[in-house]
Ligand binder design. Structure first.
Ligand code: FES
Length: 301
């Protein structure tokens, strides 16, 4: 936004304000929360292991031959699991290592890195997150009625912020990811009970562990965040000029109902955004610590 004089004062410049409240507290919390998630998420994706709980615990032995999964969990940072180097994960689309041989050993390459950009860009371009990180990361503006560091505002119709308009396309991909995560959560009720010589599960039985509950809650929170997306509101009904004056009342009634449902979620989009962000990180942390043997998964049924 263009920088102006703070109302009722001649003071101008970055941080100039007549506000007496702790206006900086919200942006500071946002900065710390998003930074913590980015650092942890990048680190977890970099590891290339710990995305399942396997027979032999410990990061180094994760890909050991015959070290198959003993719980049906999969970390959301690795979902969908494009490949699994030791080829035993039933979640893996490709069973085997696909790391290019020409890649230097120090270069990070993992199944997590192959997929995280998609949900990441969905959040990066989200209308709520834009407000949050515009304020907390580059103080533009730092808060309402607080002076900004820049005098110009180009809006989101110029590069690089023009990119934010791609949100609707990331939304389609996010819906696909939500379906895949829901499928993983359903699979978390289906425990392997016997294994063949190659480490693949040969039989399963119904069961529930604490990880199952965590994965289901994670999907519910992600759904709450996704269903309140402004792009979804637009598609299901917001794009219509009128809900009552067209010539297809039945279709419009459905459209109106869907728009109302999406709007309900949208009213608390910020809360859904933070709860789902926390739950994605915590679901990975829970599975990772169980995979390392630091925590023991609690088998409920
Ligand atoms: Fe936030 Fe679409 S507006 S996810």
């Amino acid at each position: 936004m263009a920088q102006g004089t703070v109302a009722g004062t001649t003071k101008e410049g970055f941080g100039a304000t007549q506000r007496r409240d702790a206006w900086w507290f919200g942006p500071l919390l946002t900065f710390l929360g998003l930074t913590a998630f980015l650092v942890y998420g990048t680190w977890a994706a970099w590891q290339g292991n710990g995305y399942e709980i396997r027979k032999v615990r410990g990061g180094e032995r994760f890909h050991e031959k015959g070290n198959h999964a003993v719980a049906p969990y999969l970390s959301p940072f690795y979902a969908p699991l494009i490949y699994d180097p030791n080829g035993t994960s039933h979640h893996a689309w490709i069973k085997g290592d696909i790391r290019p041989s020409w890649l230097p050993g120090w270069f990070p390459f993992s199944a997590g890195f192959l997929i995280l950009a998609f949900p990441g860009l969905f959040r990066f371009t989200c209308y709520y997150y834009r407000k949050a990180y515009y304020r907390s990361f580059w103080a533009d503006p730092p808060a309402c009625a607080v002076g900004e560091p820049r005098k110009s505002y180009w809006g989101e119709n110029h590069w690089p912020l023009l990119f934010q308009n791609s949100h609707r396309y990331w939304m389609y991909i996010a819906c696909l990811f939500l379906l895949l995560l829901a499928w993983d959560a359903l699979q978390a009720f289906w425990w392997p009970t016997a294994f063949g010589a190659n480490g693949h599960a040969t039989s399963h039985a119904f069961g529930i562990g604490l990880g199952t509950v965590i994965m289901v809650v994670n999907v519910i929170l992600l759904a709450g965040f996704t269903f309140g997306c402004n792009s979804i509101r637009h598609i299901v009904g917001g794009r219509r000029d009128c809900f009552t004056c067209a010539n297809n009342p039945q279709k419009l009634r459905t459209s109106y109902k869907l728009w109302r449902i999406s709007s309900r979620f949208n009213e608390h989009h910020m809360e859904w955004a933070w709860l789902s962000l926390f739950s994605v990180g915590f679901t990975d942390l829970y599975i990772r610590l169980c995979a390392l043997g630091v925590w023991q998964d609690w088998r409920i049924i």
